[in-house]
Write a protein that binds this ligand. Structure first.
Ligand code: ATP
Ligand code: MG
Length: 523
């Protein structure tokens, strides 16, 4: 009876002849099997998979771009450029009516809304949504499946996800494509290449399914925290959309419009039970989070809501309008002092702008002298390139001691120590070059660095300043830290010109070419 049911289900599938034939053959095999043996259930699972998988079953696209825009706006605050790029992409899709355009890749620091944008895109298009996390995936078989003869064989995750989606044209989010790693069991990125290649993916072969499956109508969207670790061939297939971090003002808006209502709902409360006004939201952002995105902020808000929920459940008195005192009660004393750099009122300490995996950040470079023989020590978990920057900086100072007004024997009498807190965070890259040099000059001359100034740039041995990357992220971090003046290489002006003017409010930029300009401006 079971077999008859399967046969009748197969009639409703829009299968090509060869697939129907394959199914009938496999079904006959099942019929001949003894239901007691293990192979029977494997074979039955296999046929169920064929029946459950959507074949040429499409949802109809909603190409109403105004509606699409509305949905993107409803779910996400700000991100104007990103939304515009997405709408443009959908417009092209609508006109061309195929999926041969490059894959979208949303790239940016954690918690800025990449994954959740993917979901909104699915809704905007009226497509099913599936997500597959590639983080830590190292076995090709996870993508492509195991052959049926293998014990415990299963289809790969692409096929499994499509079964879950229930249509052959879902929006398929490939989360964290940068964390795909090469393991011992084949190369998963080459399997991913096949998945994403419009020339090949109409016949994607899964080892378990033993049939080609058409992926060409699937809309793939990748997300990534870093571009450098994406396999180059994969990266070539993708159109990168940069999702940068948020300013404090934007975070406050996101918290007010999205994060707080969401958390209230999740805890079964309503706006009447708890209100957090903007100044208090700002306190939470500044005192308890340090990030480009809003994931940490969402957690802190959840804590605030839990705090209120507990009071309500215990029928205790509490204030519905959150005050500063309530924040401290719920979250503890503020963990981060935003003006940390103002305390560094000693020669040898300089604020740099860094770009890390979690987005932009400010960092401090400290250097000190001690009696010794001219040794250079570096601490703070610095990478090779960063250490080289320090060596270059010191060499430059040595060869320009005259101009800097330093006596040459100073280098033989002291040891120099450069430290970059926090020691546990790994740091690398050439962009702290000018900061290190400024720190050393400040130390040797005992001239303090101007307040509220930060810098980023690479140096050469001859004292030229070179442009560096991650400018937008760095600028946002500087603003968060209430920096006022920023020193940059002249060639980075282009990057600044691309940033929305409202992000730059309150900041003054100095563009420099030579190290001597940096020292003139900073000391
Ligand atoms: P990761 O790189 O760590 O995966 P992500 O960019 O995918 O991070 P999400 O998980 O999409 O981050 O976002 C974290 C949370 O912040 C989600 O709840 C999301 O809805 C919310 N969020 C992020 N940006 C916005 C925004 N602009 N408006 C409203 N909510 C936002
Ligand atoms: Mg994500």
């Amino acid at each position: 009876a079971e077999i008859e049911e399967m046969r009748s289900r197969s009639k409703s599938k829009k299968w090509k002849k060869n697939i129907q034939k394959h199914f009938d053959k496999e079904l006959t095999k099942l019929q001949r099997m003894n239901p007691q043996v293990a192979e029977f259930s494997i074979q039955k699972n296999y046929l169920d998979l064929m029946l459950d998988l959507p074949w040429e079953e499409f949802s109809k696209d909603k190409f109403d771009l105004k509606r699409a825009k509305k949905i993107l706006d409803r779910d996400h605050y700000g991100l104007d450029d990103v939304k515009k790029r997405i709408i443009e992409y959908l417009a092209v899709l609508k006109l061309r009516n195929d999926m041969k355009s490059p894959i979208l890749c949303l790239y940016g620091p954690p918690g800025v809304g990449k994954t959740s944008l993917g979901k909104s895109i699915a809704e905007a298009l009226g497509r099913e949504y599936v997500r597959m996390s590639l983080g830590g995936l190292r076995d090709e078989a996870e993508i492509r499946g195991h052959r049926k003869t293998y014990i415990g064989a299963m289809p790969g995750r692409i096929i499994k996800s499509l079964k879950k989606a229930g249509t052959s044209n879902p929006v398929f989010v490939l989360d964290e494509i940068d964390k795909l790693s090469v393991g011992s069991q084949g190369d998963p990125s080459s399997a991913m290449l096949e998945v994403l290649d419009p020339e090949q993916n109409s016949e994607f072969y899964d080892n378990f399914l033993e049939l080609g499956y058409d992926l060409s109508k699937v809309m793939f969207i990748a997300t990534s925290n870093s571009l450098s670790t994406i396999q180059p061939a994969l990266r070539d297939r993708m159109e990168i959309i940069n999702v940068t971090g948020y300013t404090i003002e934007e975070k406050v808006e996101i918290a007010k419009k999205h994060l707080l209502p969401k958390q209230l709902k999740e805890h079964g409360l309503s706006k009447k039970d708890l209100q957090i006004a903007k100044p208090q939201l700002e306190k939470i952002v500044e005192g308890y989070t340090r990030e480009s995105g809003v994931r940490g902020l969402e957690k802190q808000i959840a804590k605030m809501v839990r705090h209120a929920a507990m009071k309500i459940a215990m029928e205790e008195e509490y204030t519905k309008k959150v005050t500063n005192e309530v924040i401290v009660e719920a979250l503890g004393a503020p963990k981060l002092e935003r003006n940390k750099y103002e305390n560094n009122d000693v020669a040898g300490v300089v604020t740099g702008l860094a770009w890390t995996r979690v987005g932009g950040d400010i960092l401090f470079i400290e250097s000190t002298l001690s009696k010794g023989k001219g040794q250079l020590n570096m601490t703070g978990n610095l990478g090779k390139v960063m250490k080289e920057s320090a060596t270059i900086a010191l060499e430059y100072i040595k060869s320009n001691a005259d101009q800097l007004g330093l006596s040459p024997d100073i280098f033989e009498k002291y040891n120099i120590h450069i430290h970059v807190p926090e020691g546990a965070t790994p740091k690398d890259g050439p962009s702290a070059g000018i900061t290190m040099l400024t720190s050393l000059v400040s130390l040797f001359t005992q001239r303090k660095v101007k307040k509220s100034i930060a810098m980023t740039g690479e140096i050469t041995l001859r004292g030229k300043v070179l442009p560096v990357g991650g400018i937008k992220e760095k600028i946002l971090a500087a603003k968060r830290a209430k920096i006022k003046e920023i020193l940059l290489c002249e060639d980075n002006k282009r990057d600044i010109d691309e940033i929305k003017p409202e992000y730059l409010k309150g900041l003054t930029f100095h563009y420099v070419k030579e190290m001597s300009d940096v020292l003139d401006l900073a000391l």
